[in-house]
Design a protein around this ligand. Structure first.
Ligand code: FMN
Length: 390
């Protein structure tokens, strides 16, 4: 069984990640995980916290001499900022009076209000420390382990920004990914990238925040991951849940789900044609479905669009309340990003990798990577036999 868990608070000592179910024999290094973590820390419009942290996941289990062992991969990411919070975030009981850095003023749009009532937290720091997107660093580390596994099968995952505020980019599943990677707003089009930056600058000047939509694309995914037979086995449902679980994400499309509702049915289906060069013996003339039909991957690139809301913490505060006194006050401002869409792309890639690694292992399970590869090869061969008359 493939599973993963993260733990840790935003200003606590650090983040812990355990990924279980990755087979033995997968090449994995701390340097590779660090390269993925570094990508999450970049992006135009990020706040001061990213200048403090240089995320590095120390591998504490499951890897020996650069190869996974089949045992749980355990990782630890230190929070450098903890040095400024040793009293307030200490796990030990307080020794006399301590500065708790208490937070009683609600930020609308954050986990503060529901979390305070659910966990009876008079100090909402108890809630916001975990609901903070700092946790997404742990997911990117877990995602890097999943990506190292997927890489063994030539499965690649990329992402780019499709819109920021009202500025749209005409993105496709075949972007120039190197150009995207070199852009601080994750756009391969320099003109659009400049407009994205201007939208972020404008939000900053107005002391507000700006959201957007990003696209995640997975290529090389074999046909048949997920299943139509039960609701919780559908791959599109699983990807949507994973994307929706990213902080501030409020919408997910597989393919151009929303836009396609405005087009006639004839324009949005992907015609199947015989193709002896394709291991499936068939291919498609388009990919409107975003690579998934009936809850199963169909062998085309998996394409998803993810809508992420503007950040709730703003330098121009909204009216709010003190959760303990009921007093009407201004929402507090804590050091914060103006636009988190570019780094969220990298989190989206990690979530896609985790879902696909899980689905691959479900279908082709094995304890060593060679066993999984053999299972994949046997399955692909069965399609050759299946399509011999094509
Ligand atoms: C990469 C990333 C960075 C984020 N940075 C911030 C931030 O600096 N300030 C903030 O208030 N929210 C930030 N968020 C969003 C909050 O974590 C999120 O809105 C909050 O936890 C409430 O949850 P919800 O919006 O999913 O309902 C960020 C989200 C992501 C994905």
């Amino acid at each position: 069984m493939f599973r993963y868990l993260t733990a840790g608070e935003s200003h606590g000592p650090g983040l812990t990640v355990i990924v279980e179910g990755i087979p033995a024999g997968v090449l994995l290094t701390e340097q590779y995980i660090a390269s993925q973590l570094g990508r999450r820390q970049q992006g135009y419009g990020r706040g001061g916290r990213m200048k403090i942290e240089t995320d590095y996941a120390v591998v504490q289990g499951g890897v020996r001499l650069g190869e996974t062992l089949g045992s749980p991969v355990a990782m630890w990411i230190e929070n450098k900022d903890f040095a400024n919070w040793t009293q307030a975030m200490s796990p030990a009981p307080p020794d006399g009076e301590v500065d708790r850095k208490e937070n009683t003023r609600v930020v609308p749009g954050h986990a503060d209000f529901p979390g305070a009532l659910k966990y009876l937290a008079h100090d909402m720091r108890n809630v916001l420390e975990r609901s903070s997107a700092r946790e997404t660093a742990a997911r990117v580390a877990a995602g890097a382990v999943a990506m190292a596994f997927l890489d063994e099968f030539g499965i690649e995952i990329h992402s780019q920004v499709a819109s920021i505020g009202n500025v749209n980019s005409d993105v496709s599943q075949d972007a120039d990914w190197d150009a995207v990677e070199n852009s601080d707003v994750r756009s391969g089009d320099p003109d659009v990238a400049q407009k994205f930056r201007e939208a972020i600058d404008e939000a900053k000047a107005n002391r507000t925040t700006v959201g957007g939509v990003f696209q995640v694309v997975a290529t090389g995914v074999p046909v048949g991951l997920g299943s139509h037979i039960q609701w919780d086995r559908k791959l599109d449902g699983r990807i949507s849940q994973a994307m929706m679980s990213i902080n501030a994400v409020k919408g997910v499309e597989i393919g151009r789900g929303f836009e396609n509702t405005r087009r006639p049915g004839h324009d949005i289906q992907d015609i199947v044609v015989p193709n002896r060069d394709d291991s499936r013996r068939f291919s498609r003339t388009s990919n409107e479905a975003g690579g998934i039909e009936g809850g199963m991957s169909n062998g085309e690139p998996i394409v998803t669009y993810v809508a992420i809301k503007p950040i709730a913490t703003m330098t121009r505060p909204l009216p709010s309340v003190d959760i303990n006194t009921g007093e009407v006050i201004e929402a507090p401002y804590h050091r914060s990003d103006v636009c988190q869409v570019p780094p969220a792309c990298v989190v989206g890639e990690a979530m896609m990798a985790l879902v696909l690694a899980h689905a691959m292992l479900e279908k082709f399970g094995g304890d060593h990577i060679l066993e999984v590869k053999r299972n994949v090869a046997g399955y692909i061969d069965s399609h050759r036999e299946f399509g011999t008359s094509v």
